[in-house]
Ligand binder design. Structure first.
Ligand code: TTP
Ligand code: MG
Ligand code: MG
Length: 450
């Protein structure tokens, strides 16, 4: 299908949008029920998208068509060092180095901006760093703690788009093209994310907003720390041209030196050079490099499947304590999530129930399967078991029930081809038949007996 004219769904959506918060932004959704994007293969990254979101109990749906991509890149400032300053408040505003032992061959992992003034930077031998900045406090790397903070920021990103590509513990790309129909402009989303990160982690992030990954990453780095830079099609050349060629993602020291020796120091000079001249210096990569110099990049944001989860949840008008009703809601959710797993050619190992009481106290109860699956019957049996365990121990009237799966893997991963399990094959055939009926006649067309 060819992309249609600019957004018929967006207008429809405008009336359904939850009312804006005082900051002029809509609230982040509770769950993304579905969010699919299909792109037309073109340089300008035109794409067709569809968003269906449950936000505070309301289902809102939107469609975005024929829009240029909107990408956000978030990178935490002096990440490991900032986390240490957070956990040791007496180190705030001081020179802090996180790294290995200076007596061995330890190197600097991160340096606070106070230490950087003295020339300390990542990957420098710790011994040398201490010589540059003798008053700095040196601390060892605490990976688990940084991973914990990393989790928290990722959870914030995922409230705005499921298209999150983590690059490392402290940074990620977000494709927010379709999210704009729900939360305001890419700039507003970027600012909301920056604010949420500060409020929830007490750490600063630098944010770049741009039409592609290359420009977004460049933008987040331009005004560090605590930066917020927007690069557009209009201002990109003006921003790029004066920058040294080394700012291009992928241009390492060797390439930079080679370019410099031919008088190409800035991105502007790179853009102006002829393809032949450039090919003589860098070989095959010349065309790609020139595209980047013009601020063009059509790489997609690739969400990390392993970290992804799928879920469905429902808020009730009045609290429900009846286990039979709760189980029937849960069954519907299991069927929906399982079908989506199969649609996305995924299987899951961990099953989680989310249970919210009338007073908003929320608990989650999980179980991990021995083997990942997308078979409804297996997921349902697990969900039911987890539910009964919760019900026997605590129970109580609920205002919300949710079902989610995580620990995702692709359908083919670890598949045993030699020993087929006939019982499992039968269940898979049943799922396929049910999926076909639901596809054709809607989700309500067929339900299993619980
Ligand atoms: P970066 O984002 O590159 O650096 P940073 O967050 O310390 O500083 P800023 O982004 O403000 O410039 O890397 C993130 C973390 O990754 C960093 O805090 C520590 C770790 N790291 C290393 O362990 N070794 C390295 O060589 C680099 C560059 C980073
Ligand atoms: Mg960083
Ligand atoms: Mg980083």
């Amino acid at each position: 299908m060819r992309p249609g004219p600019e957004v018929q769904g967006r207008d429809a959506l405008a009336t359904e949008k939850p009312s804006p918060s005082p900051a002029g932004l809509t609230m982040p959704p509770a769950t993304f029920l579905s969010y699919t994007v299909a792109r037309a293969p073109s340089d300008r990254a035109v794409f067709t998208g569809c968003v269906l979101v449950e936000s505070r109990g309301n289902v809102v749906a939107g469609e975005v068509m024929n829009k240029a991509r909107e990408i956000i890149h978030v990178d935490m400032d002096a990440f490991y060092a900032s986390v240490e300053q957070l956990d040791h408040p007496e180190l705030k505003g001081k020179a802090v180095i996180v790294g290995g032992d200076p007596r061995g061959r330890g190197v600097v992992s991160a340096a606070s901006y106070e230490a950087r003034k003295f020339g300390v930077h990542s990957a420098m031998p710790t011994a040398q760093a201490i010589r540059c900045c003798p008053h700095a406090v040196l601390l060892p790397v605490r990976m688990e703690r940084y991973a914990e903070v990393s989790h928290a920021i990722r959870a914030i990103f995922e409230q705005y788009t499921p298209l999150v590509e983590p690059i490392s513990l402290d940074e990620a790309f977000l494709d927010v093209t379709a999210s704009i129909a729900l939360f305001g402009t890419a700039e507003q989303i970027g600012r909301a994310i920056k604010k949420a990160v500060l409020e929830q982690t007490h750490l600063t992030a630098s944010v770049g907003v741009a039409p592609n990954k290359f420009l977004a990453k460049l933008a987040s780095d331009l005004n560090k720390p605590d930066g917020f830079v927007i690069v557009t099609e209009q201002n990109k050349q003006q921003i790029l041209d004066p920058l040294p060629v080394g700012k291009i993602w992928g241009v390492g020291e060797v390439t930079e030196k080679a370019l410099q020796s031919h008088g190409i120091r800035t991105i502007g000079q790179l853009r102006a050079s002829s393809l032949e001249e450039l090919a003589a210096i860098v070989g095959n990569g010349a065309g790609e490099l020139q595209k980047l110099a013009r601020g063009e990049d059509d790489r997609e944001v690739e969400p990390d499947r392993q970290c992804k989860s799928l879920s469905s949840e429902q808020t009730f008008a009045t609290d429900i304590g009846d286990a039979t009703i709760l189980l029937s809601v849960l069954l519907g959710q299991v069927e929906e999530v399982a079908q989506r797993l199969r649609q996305e050619k995924l299987k899951a190992r961990t099953v989680t129930l989310k249970l919210r009481y009338g007073d908003f106290r929320t608990v989650t109860r999980s179980d991990t399967l021995r083997e990942a699956t997308s078979v409804t019957q297996t997921l349902w049996a697990t969900a039911e078991r987890v539910f009964h365990r919760w019900h026997a121990r605590s129970g109580g009237p609920l205002r919300l029930v949710g079902f989610g799966v995580s620990g995702l893997a692709s359908e083919q991963a670890g598949q045993q081809l030699l020993f087929r399990d006939p019982e499992k094959e039968k269940l898979k055939r049943l799922d396929k038949a049910v999926d076909e009926i639901r596809d054709r006649y809607g989700n309500r067309a067929v339900h299993r007996g619980g």
